[in-house]
Design a protein around this ligand. Structure first.
Ligand SMILES: C[S@@+](CC[C@H](N)C(=O)[O-])C[C@H]1O[C@@H](n2cnc3c(N)ncnc32)[C@H](O)[C@@H]1O
Length: 352
């Protein structure tokens, strides 16, 4: 694998298995740089506190670390359970076929609520059927692979991979949009199966607001919080509410009927408001006071790098700042790839 400057870096052979992703803020492209950074630190246990797609957790796991993941969105938790906590189970072709085949006893919630919002009526009907079939999987890891693969299929089949708008107005004729959900699903299972990896350490996936996280005895915590900027919002559930609802068949969230997108109200997070974000960082640095800290950050964020530096210092750690050139190519700005305003410095703060 090459770093952002095209230089080949020493890399665990496992990393190439990590499923390619389209997720706002994913650090997949930065993994070679993060690998270099982690390689220079001595640690065994780590918490990826805002794990998202689990890309960084996967790097840490492939480096032989005992890694726990945490994300307050449940669909991210299932990916972590499938490829970080799981070191053994895969979905067989027969099991995939059982999920794909039409289930006449299915419920029709998705068809009723979401037809033609993000997918056609027929596609929604297939999602209802797939969810009904997935409920029969008793092994929690196989179930996690199935749910994670279903979310991945939904992202692939959705223009721009997000659910902030209804209809298909950003359909650019991409091949992925022409492929059936069931085929995307089978492909996703193959990728997830291929990334199941056994190491000597135990890994665990968590699903909660990090501000209430109780276990704190990690050698290292990796923090990749939603980047807060005064210009755009950093709220993940607004973009991915459909996937979050899907994994529990909308059992743990309530659709806000006054919204066209049928999203649910945003979960509370101290990281999504200008008034609370500084306190959030302070609390977090204190909560994990015994852990070395690796924080991903960006030059166009609030608060600025100087403030973050002093917050880390105030927590009793020595700070080092590493700068990486980076052009955003995911999320809602992907159409502006060449726009220099998307060229930001990606920072990594070390607090040791
Ligand atoms: C920048 S993304 C992490 C991306 C990840 N490193 C990757 O490579 O995919 C931030 C993540 O933090 C999660 N998040 C936001 N607020 C949170 C909170 N208070 N507690 C736990 N997770 C939170 C979001 O759901 C999102 O997945």
């Amino acid at each position: 694998m090459k770093d952002l400057h095209g230089k080949e870096v020493v890399q665990s052979e496992f990393l190439k298995n990590f499923p390619d992703t389209r997720y706002m803020g994913s650090k997949r492209k930065l993994l070679p740089d993060l690998h270099k950074i982690f390689s220079q630190l001595e640690f065994t246990s780590a918490l990826d506190a805002f794990s998202g797609t689990s890309s960084v957790s996967y790097l840490l796991k492939s480096m032989g670390k005992a890694v726990d993941t945490n994300d307050y969105l449940r669909f991210n938790y299932y990916t972590a359970k499938a490829i970080i906590e799981n070191s053994k189970y895969k979905l067989s072709d027969e099991e995939v076929n059982e999920i794909i085949k039409f289930n006449p006893d299915k419920d029709n919630f998705i068809e009723k609520e979401f037809s033609d919002l993000y997918y056609s009526k027929l596609e929604c009907r297939w999602l209802d059927s797939a969810m009904a079939n997935i409920q029969f999987i008793t092994n929690p890891y196989k179930k996690a692979i199935a749910l994670s693969a279903l979310c991945r299929a939904c992202i692939k089949k959705r223009p721009r991979g997000i659910f902030t708008y209804t209809g298909m107005r950003y359909d650019d004729g991409r091949k992925d949009l022409k492929i059936e959900l069931a085929d995307h699903f089978s492909e996703a299972v193959k990728m997830l199966n291929a990334s199941v990896l056994k190491t000597n350490e135990t890994c665990k996936a968590h699903n909660q607001d990090i501000m209430g996280f109780k276990k704190t005895n990690y050698d290292l915590i990796y923090l990749d919080p939603p980047y807060f900027s005064l210009k755009s919002d950093n709220e993940y559930s607004r973009r991915y509410h459909f996937l979050e609802g899907l994994v529990s068949y909308w059992d743990h969230v309530e659709i806000n009927r006054s919204t066209k997108t049928k999203k649910f109200d945003r979960p509370d997070s101290l990281f999504t408001s200008k008034n609370t974000i500084v306190t959030a960082f302070e609390e977090l640095f204190d909560r994990f006071e015994k852990s070395a800290l690796v924080l991903s950050y960006s030059s166009n964020c609030f608060p600025d790098a100087a403030t973050i530096k002093s917050l880390i210092k105030n927590s009793g750690r020595e700070v080092e700042l590493i700068k990486i050139d980076y052009v955003y190519s995911v999320g809602t700005h992907s159409h502006k790839k060449d726009n220099q305003s998307n060229k930001v410095k990606e920072y990594v703060f070390l607090g040791l």
